[in-house]
Design a protein around this ligand. Structure first.
Ligand SMILES: [Zn+2]
Length: 204
């Protein structure tokens, strides 16, 4: 009994933001729940995992499983493939999509980095991004940084500018940032269509 609980605790520790004590508490809570609920939970979890895959272009998760390598945005012909917007996480992409103000493509960085990080390439998908930009026939002409206007966001932009320097130069790519419409501290989570259009128009 105890070994199984320890095993469950160890598994739960892998969840983001969960420490050993919280993991233990969660494990104890889970085993007290109704058996049917636990079954539904486990089924939903494995079902979600097997029907979601990572888009081979933008790296977001998309719920179409093995049916498509690319997500619906990346395989649409209606998108402007010359524009590539860099966002931190999937939810930022979803929020910007909801505004309907942007018609280019995206790349999800997966996180932010700071000058103290020894291995920034573990926080940000820089290698995948470089690969995408150096691919033969890559249509990207402009990269738009759409990171939060926070210290982490700005540090990440600085890191990316450095890491992409050669790729950008060799391929004549323009780097821009969203304009002032998305000003200090505004998270992309709360962006609306007007603000996004304004920020896109004011990019520099
Ligand atoms: Zn995609």
């Amino acid at each position: 009994m105890n070994d199984i609980l320890t095993e469950l605790t160890e598994l739960l520790r892998k969840l983001p933001g969960i420490g050993p004590r919280q993991a233990r508490r969660l494990a104890l809570w889970l085993v007290r729940q109704d058996k049917q609920w636990v079954q539904e939970f486990a089924t939903a979890l494995t079902g979600a995992r097997s029907s979601v895959s990572v888009c081979s272009y933008c790296k977001r998760l998309h719920p179409e499983g093995g049916a498509h390598m690319l997500c619906s945005v990346c395989r649409s012909d209606a998108r402007n493939s010359h524009l590539l917007m860099l966002v931190e996480k999937d939810v930022d992409l979803e929020n910007i999509e909801k505004t309907g103000a942007y018609s280019g493509r995206y790349f999800v960085l997966g996180g932010t980095t700071s000058p103290l990080d020894k291995e920034p390439d573990r926080k940000v998908r820089i290698r995948e991004l470089q690969q995408l930009l150096t691919e033969k026939g890559s249509p990207v002409e402009e990269i738009i940084f759409a990171l939060s206007a926070t210290t982490e966001g700005e540090d990440t932009v600085l890191y990316l500018e450095g890491a992409l320097k050669n790729v950008v130069k060799d391929n004549d790519i323009k780097l821009t940032k969203l304009g002032r419409g998305l000003s200090t501290g505004t998270e992309l989570e709360y962006v609306d269509r007007d603000t996004m259009s304004y920020a896109l128009k004011g990019r520099a």
